[in-house]
Design a binder for this molecule. Structure first.
Ligand SMILES: [Fe+2]
Length: 159
């Protein structure tokens, strides 16, 4: 009896897809942490609306972390865990609570764009394997982060 996955995807494909998802998970976790931290530390005359906007975003991001990690597990790979593992995989840096709200929002715009780029980079491995389930998850995360980025841009006065 074998306990290896037999889900219509080769070991090489599953490993390649999981590599992309590992980075998606690490970047998503780093952005979640920063968004939650800025929810706490943001200051200014529009405090309430900024605080609530960030709460909506970090809650959405937090919920998605589990779906991303469990997709990696469903592919038969182990999900990265812990600050050191995420730090090595992610290019998103910790936030600075001393910054003013505009600097925080500019950073969150860039960080959402980083997650979007990481998501786009993960697509080819899923598509090459015909892995529609992972492609669907990546699509859902793209929709969410593109929406987050729009709301952050609009708060900053941009389109
Ligand atoms: Fe809160």
């Amino acid at each position: 009896m074998t306990v290896a996955p037999n889900i219509g995807l080769s070991a090489k494909h599953r490993s390649d897809i999981a590599s992309g998802l590992n980075k998606v998970l690490a970047d998503s976790y780093a952005l979640y942490l920063k968004t939650h931290g800025y929810h706490w530390n943001v200051r200014g005359p529009n405090f309430q609306s900024l605080h609530v906007l960030l709460e909506g975003q970090y809650t959405e991001e937090w919920t998605a972390l589990d779906a991303i990690a469990e997709r990696i597990r469903a592919l038969g790979e182990l999900a990265p865990q812990g600050y050191a593992a995420f730090g090595n995989l992610s290019s998103i840096k910790d936030g600075d609570p001393e910054q003013d709200w505009e600097a925080m929002f500019n950073e969150l715009k860039t960080d959402n764009e980083t997650v979007i780029a990481t998501l786009r980079a993960a697509f080819p491995a899923a598509e090459a394997a015909g892995d529609e389930a992972t492609a669907d998850l990546l699509t859902q995360r793209l929709l969410a982060h593109e929406k987050h980025a729009w709301m952050i841009r609009a708060t900053l006065g941009g389109k």
